[in-house]
Design a protein around this ligand. Structure first.
Ligand code: IPE
Ligand code: IPE
Ligand code: MG
Length: 243
């Protein structure tokens, strides 16, 4: 079977969708006597490298947790910097991915975001909508419970309007109303920095996802760590409740 050079990843059985909780920017900065914001800036550089690696490996979907619905509780100057970095990323995403076949999608509650960010999201989603090789999903102001709540609310609205009957409510109908309606469930979820929790990420979508935890802080993550996670995933047996 074909092998990737210098790694033990097999080209078949790749996870189609990798979701990443990019954690540890603050601790990375603290270790170096830098500001937390400097950690976020380095973290943004890591995103660019890892997206490129995932694309070259042949991953079809990559979802990056950029800002959670709970991250608003951080000090204002940190929230402001995170929003500035998100805006910067969205503005440059088209240019940076122009030589690549990458579609950009953003999930999360847009109402909480600035007009400028909302406009950039619309722009980049529209401009890349026909790209095919990989979809990069940015979770911005995203919370798993909020995702489920807004889907439940849409479902109730559709039942009230007669678009759907109550007895027609199925997992599929529910999933169609989640922010991830056009994205398959993650096969592999990676969390960096040694924390062993889901922190309200894709809680509906991860019901049968394989989890991989790394002690490496997000700004220190390299392609080899991504490949290690994929190689580990390929050794697992997914049973989905069966035998
Ligand atoms: C992840 O790094 C980035 C975001 C949550 C936006 P953190 O900022 O959570 O870094 P730590 O966990 O404090 O080290
Ligand atoms: C999860 O990390 C959110 C993102 C990576 C964007 P947090 O650092 O916010 O999670 P907790 O607070 O440690 O659970
Ligand atoms: Mg953290």
């Amino acid at each position: 079977m074909p092998l990737f050079k210098k790694s033990n990843i097999k080209s078949e059985n790749l996870p189609a969708h990798i979701a990443i909780i990019m954690d540890g920017n603050g601790r990375w900065a603290k270790k170096r006597g830098l500001s937390r914001n400097a950690g976020h800036q380095e973290g943004a550089r890591t995103i660019r490298k890892i997206v490129e690696s995932a694309y070259n490996i042949g991953i079809k979907y990559i979802t990056l947790f950029a800002f959670s619905s709970e991250n608003w509780s951080r000090p204002k100057e940190e929230v402001d910097e995170l929003m500035r970095l998100c805006l910067d990323y969205l503005k440059n995403a088209e240019k940076e991915t122009s030589d690549k076949d990458i579609r950009v999608r953003v999930i999360g509650n847009r109402e909480g975001l600035s007009l400028e960010i909302r406009e950039q999201i619309q722009k980049i989603e529209k401009r890349t909508e026909n790209k095919k090789k990989m979809t990069m999903v940015i979770a911005l102001n995203y919370g798993g419970r909020q995702d489920i709540l807004q889907a439940a609310s849409k479902l109730a609205d559709d039942v009230a309007k007669g678009i759907l009957k109550q007895e027609e409510i199925t997992e599929e109908e529910f999933a169609k109303r989640l922010y991830t309606y056009d994205i398959p469930d993650p096969d592999l979820l990676i969390r960096t920095s040694g924390e062993l929790r889901i922190s309200n990420f894709l809680i509906w979508q991860c019901s049968y996802t394989e989890f991989y935890f790394s002690n490496v802080l997000w700004p220190d993550i390299k392609e080899k760590h991504l490949k290690e996670a994929i190689a580990d995933y390929q050794k697992r047996s997914r049973r989905f409740g069966g035998l």
